[in-house]
Design a binder for this molecule. Structure first.
Ligand SMILES: Cc1cc2nc3c(=O)[nH]c(=O)nc-3n(C[C@H](O)[C@H](O)[C@H](O)COP(=O)(O)O)c2cc1C
Length: 177
């Protein structure tokens, strides 16, 4: 797929088929994540691939049923849990780079998934401690996000985006695009 087509095709998908994903595809996604840039190339990210029904149920319990993405965690055959070790990154002027490092790796994974015809939905609203307990994640490791991963069972129109002139400037802040 052309790169911009991948960008435009990616949607947050919240309905999934239960068909399994070939292990080599999952490895390809992890490889795409591994190639992301990171602070001092410290690569603070870690990924847990959760496929068993029992563990997916345990992960889903960390979500409020009102979260629109929660039910997808049980439909999709797989969940990718994004973790980070803050000790393998740094903080500068109140900015925690581990969040950026981890987010960049996840976006690599998500775009690679789109390219393979797989669907994802970034999930940020969950009880971190419950996921840590369910998956045996050590206390010093942060659980940043997760996504269901699988073949889509819905078509979604693109969600609206702000206009370029509202988000981009020429030379100085006062000069909209
Ligand atoms: C940091 C972050 C956290 C998010 N958390 C959730 C979530 O908890 N549940 C959910 O259903 N979607 C979540 N989303 C998905 C957004 O709602 C979605 O990306 C946005 O509405 C734009 O839609 P699109 O991804 O289809 O372009 C999250 C996205 C990001 C980037």
């Amino acid at each position: 797929m052309d790169f911009m087509e991948v960008i435009y095709r990616r949607r947050s998908i919240r309905a999934y088929q239960s068909d399994p994903i070939a292990p080599e595809k999952i490895e390809q996604l992890l490889e795409a994540a591994r190639q992301a840039p990171s602070w001092k190339n410290l690569q603070c990210w870690r990924f847990i691939v959760v496929s068993s029904q029992q563990k997916r149920e345990a992960v889903a319990k960390a979500f409020s049923p009102t979260n629109p993405g929660a039910k997808a965690l049980l439909e999709a055959p797989c969940i990718i849990v994004l973790c980070a070790n803050p000790a393998e990154s740094e903080r500068w002027e109140e900015k925690d780079f581990f969040m950026l490092d981890a987010g960049l790796a996840m976006e690599h994974l998500i775009l690679a998934a789109t390219d393979l015809g797989l669907a994802t939905c970034w999930q940020g609203l969950f009880r971190e401690e419950k996921i840590r307990e369910a998956l045996g994640i050590p206390p010093q490791i942060r659980v940043i996000a997760l996504t269901p991963l699988g073949y889509p069972n819905q078509e979604r129109n693109p969600r609206p985006r702000k206009n370029l002139e509202d988000i981009a400037f020429r030379e100085v802040w006062a000069n909209p695009w």
